[in-house]
Design a protein around this ligand. Structure first.
Ligand code: MN
Length: 247
């Protein structure tokens, strides 16, 4: 809880130090500021906010270990390598998720894939928690009911977005101008990226990884089983906090 409070304090502080980019992406940057060491401009991988086995039986320990320590670590390492080769003037000396996403169409694929991979996975770990699931509360619950008719209908549409996404990618619930929208992106793209192939843009408040590496060890090819399990670990408190900050 203390950690959440200090993060909230940091959010407020950094809001006054806005980078001059989109307010929403500043919020997201500040959420994940610990992933960038400003001393040497290297992105770093945080530990999971819970144990590897904390999401059992819904998501298994081995999947979490491999997903975080191997897949996510590789995105971080490859992002740092890709940034080293960049012309430093492209990002005007400011290396943050925000500065990268806003110039996405001018940056090489290695930056796009690995910055997306690092951001998306950091977001994903934080939008899950042990003993999660249940239903959203407060303003987010109201907004979901207003937008989708009911929580059950929202859940159905979000599950469909994950199920129908062909190949590797992500399903998202985003906020744009206070409005909630469900969307999906390919590979490691996300709705914060300023690039034409990302059609629906917005600030994510919920994310679901539908790459096979997220579920293959436990569920093999059964994406539907994985998504069904995933609903039991959603951190609705965090999604609600993000919604309150963004809307
Ligand atoms: Mn993944």
């Amino acid at each position: 809880m203390e950690k959440d409070n200090s993060r909230r304090g940091f959010l407020k502080k950094s809001a006054t130090l806005a980078l001059g980019t989109i307010a929403a992406t500043s919020i997201v940057n500040s959420m994940f500021s610990s992933n960038l060491s400003t001393e040497n401009s290297k992105f770093t991988l945080d530990k999971l906010p819970y144990g590897y086995d904390a999401l059992e039986p819904h998501i298994d320990r081995l999947t979490m270990e491999i997903h975080h320590d191997k897949h996510h670590q590789a995105y971080v390492n490859n992002l740092n390598k890709a940034i080293e080769t960049l012309d430093p003037t492209i990002l005007e000396g400011v290396i943050t998720f925000s500065s990268i996403f806003i110039k996405m169409d001018k940056l090489p694929a290695a930056v796009r894939n690995n910055a997306g991979g690092h951001f998306n996975h950091t977001f994903f770990w934080n939008i899950m928690k042990p003993n999660g699931g249940s239903i959203p509360t407060g303003n987010l619950a109201t907004a979901i009911n207003t937008t989708f008719g009911s929580f059950e209908e929202f859940k159905k549409q979000f599950t469909n977005a994950g199920m129908k996404h062909f190949g590797s990618g992500w399903a998202w619930l985003v906020v744009n101008d206070g409005k909630l929208t469900i969307t999906s992106t390919a590979n490691q793209d996300n709705p914060l990226m300023e690039i034409s192939s990302v059609e629906i843009k917005g600030t994510p408040i919920l994310a679901l990884d539908v790459w096979e590496h997220a579920y293959y060890l436990k569920n093999q090819n059964r994406r539907a089983d994985y998504i069904q399990s995933w609903w039991n670990v959603v951190n609705w408190d965090k999604a609600g906090e993000l919604f309150a900050e963004v809307k």
